[in-house]
Ligand binder design. Structure first.
Ligand code: ZN
Length: 150
């Protein structure tokens, strides 16, 4: 049996540097992928991720959320999760209808306290551990906070 070579040379779409990737599909398919897939080298991938993380950090900071601590990789993931969870909470808030002004004031206060709780969570790991938090979970916590205000 002849030894098969799984190394293919591809070109980074961003910096145009060539690099080697390993693929284990049929040779024809691999050649097709070499030509047609968007390839990015590790350093461009990292740069892209850093930029994205910076974007999320900025957006989250604008909402009063402090920087996260942890490894760079964890922070990158956690910033994305945090942005998504903030969106979920804001979405929930926007869907609520209130009986009167008092009810709205109470709800706004509960959301404020809720966000303050989240703002104290600065460990990237916490956000990763809580990444499956859904609108229902948020709603339950808002209800709990609201009950303490009554
Ligand atoms: Zn590159």
């Amino acid at each position: 049996m002849s030894e098969q070579n799984f190394d293919y040379e591809v070109r980074c779409k961003s910096c145009f540097n060539k690099f080697i990737v390993q693929m284990y599909d049929s040779h024809d398919k691999c050649l097709w992928l070499v030509d047609n897939k968007d390839w990015y080298c590790d350093s461009c991938k990292r740069e892209y991720l850093d930029k994205k993380t910076e974007m999320f950090s900025k957006a989250n900071a604008g909402l009063g959320f402090p920087p996260l601590t942890g490894t760079q990789k964890r922070i990158a993931w956690a910033e994305k999760i945090r942005a998504e969870l903030i969106n979920k909470a804001n979405y929930l808030n926007s869907t609520l209808s209130h009986e009167d002004e008092d009810a709205k004031t109470l709800s706004d206060k509960a959301f404020l306290l809720f966000f303050q709780e989240w703002q104290t969570e600065t460990d990237a790991k916490w956000w990763i551990d809580n990444r499956t938090t859904n609108v229902r979970d948020i709603s339950i916590r808002i209800k709990e906070i609201t009950d303490t205000l009554l």
